[in-house]
Design a protein around this ligand. Structure first.
Ligand SMILES: *Cc1c(COP(=O)(O)O)cnc(C)c1O
Length: 827
């Protein structure tokens, strides 16, 4: 019988039990879904249709394993971990899921028979950009590792209809386009349309006394929005275990459907529906700078309220007493964004379950754990008190009561430091009052962690020093990590294969096994194979750049890559100043460049962040000048790749020689981009900041180019009065570069175009110490170029970077969280 007829397919479907799929059923399942799920002719499905059908065929397999995993968690009555994050940045799912399920080869074979390649079909996937950058990407690496470790865990977030904007570069400038990622339908998720929780905002609090004489609080009025669960599955690597990332989408409540009959205001009622559903409409595109908008606060509470209802529902099924809650649940707050979960749990326990305050608080501070991701003062989240009162009136009251009791205890513990109370208060007093979310998160959690050793020390010694004195036992470090399944196995299959050929496959779940590569670092044969793989990756990236930007680059040139969000503290500006320096040297003497180099930039700037966008424009202008200057030739190229995202990161990491991690010391909490590069054999040029410092300890200082001020030196310099002009005046190369920018060398049509960038350095204090670090950066760049001339030496360094990155697996991070914070084990 023809295997593509509907009858044949339906027959196969009935007889094929998913546990015992014969080898050809993936193809059959694809064709089945083309016809019955997507309603298309399955004789000649197009590529997009085949992608969607393949995704559905994999979802079938995932959901079975998920049900089994859930049953195992219930059966063991395990303590559950709830990971709450306003952002997840999972990247494309197709390859990850195929790898985790062990179906890559089957998929390739099935697609070949259908006339497609896996590369083509995978290219049809549009990644869900439900995060800004590092924080959201970390959450996704962590879910992958939680699944690999079989932890009884759940990710909770928001299903934004529009994720992070799509970035275009037009005339050298960033242009934002809406990211309509749901347009093509969602093939990975299950929408639970019958499964909703009400979430209530606004209204006013009525106080009353019940028959037993208890003071009660009831929220009256306000408006209700429904949260609909959308589930996406995260499979563990080849372990049949699947976790759930539950994302909430806002739906209008049914009320409006009835009310418009009464008022006759049909269109008004529909407008209310649209307003309600706005809550999950769009991700705020700000990284490291919160947007104090009402809608954002509503998003936070929307996630928290729906999630808490889910958690309580699951807990109630067990029928155990509330005091057991912390033994059965741990709620992890990824940054302070979901910290309103603390007053929300208090409200549930005190107002609804009628527990005494002390008992409720005892439960609360044994349930929550908080990860801090930033020490930038402008990134610490605060909310105007008035706004908070309007949106969440009862929660504000609860925060005040938490604060009253907390300050009472602090006064007793430190009676001789009256100023202390104002500094640690959950409320910032001043002309306007603000709720300090980080203080709330610290006071309400049993664990507070930073994300690298360096960052955790800064937390204890400076920004949260006073809390450290009050609650020393709460503070700990958990250095970030990345998942080797995506960031080596998937994005760099040829290198992964070379590694596996020599040391087996164990590294995929035990990254410290990469150490076994070290003995090969001196082998000429292995070095050659290593560098051949790398060169092929670089050729592929060159083809991509040629196709996207029309720029021809030499695959043999040194690929010097700076990709991450645009932020002044990440110092893309320092990098471009150095590029211009090289350009000037080459203009004068074509041999001065030492080695041909390709500088590659990528990253989005927050749409309202003027300086960051302006620096993007400068980089593009410099690139245009350099790439079209015949004196430069192949010695120097500058490329800006638009729309940096996970998909693009996967292309770039395997093809990078030199990884730029050059934040002002003390400002990058950890970084994870740094780890992705090094795992793929790039060598880092970086500052003493975040996880760079631990990377140095692991890979050794001959394998990493460190430069610049230390974080205490940055502080000392600032305290003594930093004068950036001295560097301008004493460093002639630097002066030439700055004069070219402000004189319009790169903007001949508008000579003033970039003057304000130079002003920010020379006349506005150079907050990020770009000029102070310029010279040491330029020297270190020269070291890097010389090192690149020695290709066997570079090969050895590259290999040792990969071999020594085992510590930076997110499996290690998650193992530490599970053991030290959560107190859970794999099921
Ligand atoms: C890893 C990653 C980041 C974080 O990069 P950093 O260099 O640590 O800031 C941001 N965006 C994407 C798409 C990533 O994959």
């Amino acid at each position: 019988m023809d295997s593509t007829t509907p009858e044949a397919l339906a027959g196969m479907r009935e007889t094929a039990s998913p546990a015992t799929l014969p080898a050809d059923t993936l193809k059959a399942d694809i064709l089945w879904h083309v016809l019955y799920s997507l309603g298309r002719d399955n004789e000649r499905p197009d590529r997009q249709t085949v992608f969607r059908a393949l995704a559905l065929a994999l979802r079938d397999r995932l959901v079975e394993k998920w049900i089994a995993s859930q049953r195992a968690i219930y059966a063991k009555s395990s303590k559950r971990v709830y990971y709450l994050s306003l952002e997840f940045l999972p990247g494309p799912f197709l390859r990850q899921n195929l790898i985790a399920l062990g179906l890559e080869k089957e998929a390739r074979d099935a697609l070949t028979e259908l006339g497609f390649t896996l590369d083509d079909v995978a290219g049809e996937e549009w990644e869900p950009g439900l995060g800004n950058g590092g924080l959201g990407r970390l959450a996704s690496c962590y879910l992958d590792s939680m699944a690999a470790l079989r932890l009884p865990a759940y990710g909770y977030g928001i299903r934004y209809a529009f994720g992070i904007f799509h970035q275009l570069i037009r005339d050298g400038q960033q242009v934002e386009r809406a990211d309509n990622w749901l347009r093509g339908g969602q093939h990975w998720e299950f929408e639970r349309t019958h499964y909703m929780h009400p979430v209530r905002f606004y209204g006013s609090v009525r106080e009353w006394v019940d028959e037993q004489g208890r003071l009660r609080h009831t929220l009256e009025g306000g408006s209700t929005v429904m949260a609909m669960a959308c589930d996406m599955f995260i499979p563990g690597y080849r372990n049949d275990y699947v976790l759930n990332m539950r994302l909430w989408a806002a739906k209008s409540s049914r009320e409006f459907e009835f009310s418009f009959f009464n008022t006759g205001d049909y269109i008004g009622a529909v407008e209310k529906k649209i307003r309600d559903e706005n809550i999950s409409m769009v991700l705020y595109p700000n990284d490291e700078a919160p947007e104090g908008k009402e809608l954002r606060l509503k998003q936070q509470f929307f996630l928290v309220s729906a999630t808490m209802q889910d958690i309580v529902r699951r807990f109630r099924k067990k029928g155990v007493a509330w005091d057991q809650f912390p033994r059965k649940n741990v709620i992890h707050l990824n940054e302070t964004h979901p910290a309103v979960a603390i007053p929300e749990l208090m409200r549930l326990l005190v107002d609804e379950e009628l527990l005494p305050w002390e008992e409720a608080w005892y439960i609360c501070v044994r349930t929550f754990a908080y990860t801090n991701h930033t020490v930038l003062p402008e990134a610490l989240e605060v909310w105007p008190e008035e706004l908070f009162r309007k949106v969440l009136p009862r929660h504000l009251q609860i925060i005040y009561e938490i604060n009253r009791r907390f300050l009472h205890d602090v006064r007793r513990q430190f009676p001789h430091d009256p100023g202390l109370l104002a500094r640690v208060s959950l409320i910032h007093e001043g002309e306007q009052r603000f709720v300090r979310m980080s203080h709330l998160a610290i006071v309400g959690s049993f664990s507070v962690n930073g994300v690298s050793a360096h960052h955790s020390n800064i937390i204890k010694e400076s920004i949260f020093n006073e809390f450290y004195k009050i609650f020393p036992e709460r503070f700990n470090n958990k250095t970030n990590g990345i998942t080797p399944r995506r960031w080596l196995r998937q994005c760099n299959p040829t290198l992964a294969w070379l590694i596996t050929e020599h040391i087996g496959t164990e590294w995929l779940t035990d990254l410290e096994q990469l150490k076994k590569l070290e003995p090969y670092a001196e082998s000429a044969g292995f070095q050659k194979a290593w560098m051949e793989v790398r060169l092929r990756n670089k050729q592929k990236l060159a083809e991509y750049i040629h196709a996207k930007n029309g720029i021809t680059i030499l695959p043999e040139s040194l690929y010097d890559v700076h990709v991450k969000r645009f932020h002044e503290y990440k110092r893309q500006l320092l990098n471009i100043l150095h590029v211009i320096t090289l350009y000037n040297r080459i203009r004068r003497d074509p041999d001065a460049g030492i080695v041909p180099r390709t500088f590659i930039f990528g990253g989005k700037a927050a749409p309202g962040y003027y300086m960051a966008k302006h620096i993007i424009q400068l980089i593009n202008a410099v690139g245009y000048t350099i790439n079209t200057d015949p004196r430069v030739g192949d010695m120097l190229k500058v490329v800006f790749l638009q729309n940096y995202c996970v998909t693009l990161a996967e292309r770039i990491m395997p093809a990078t020689d030199l990884s730029e991690q050059i934040s002002t010391a003390g400002m990058e909490a950890s970084g994870t981009g740094n780890m992705k590069f090094a795992l793929n054999g790039a060598i880092t040029i970086g500052t003493h900041d975040g996880a760079n410092i631990e990377m140095l300890e692991h890979v050794g200082d001959e394998n990493l180019f460190l430069f610049g001020l230390l974080s205490h030196e940055v502080e000392d310099l600032r305290r003594q009065g930093y004068n950036p002009r001295t560097f301008y005046e004493t460093d002639s190369e630097l002066r030439e570069v700055l004069d070219m920018i402000s004189g319009g060398y790169f903007s001949p049509g508008d000579p003033h175009m970039f003057r304000d960038i130079v002003e920010s350095l020379l006349n506005h204090g150079d907050r990020y110490m770009v000029l102070a670090d310029f010279r040491s950066y330029a020297y270190r760049q020269q070291d890097a170029a010389r090192a690149y001339l020695d290709q066997p030496g570079w090969a050895r360094r590259s290999m040792l970077n990969t071999a020594r990155m085992g510590f930076f697996s997110s499996d290690r991070s998650m193992g530490e969280y599970a053991r030290d914070i959560w107190g859970v084990e794999g099921v």
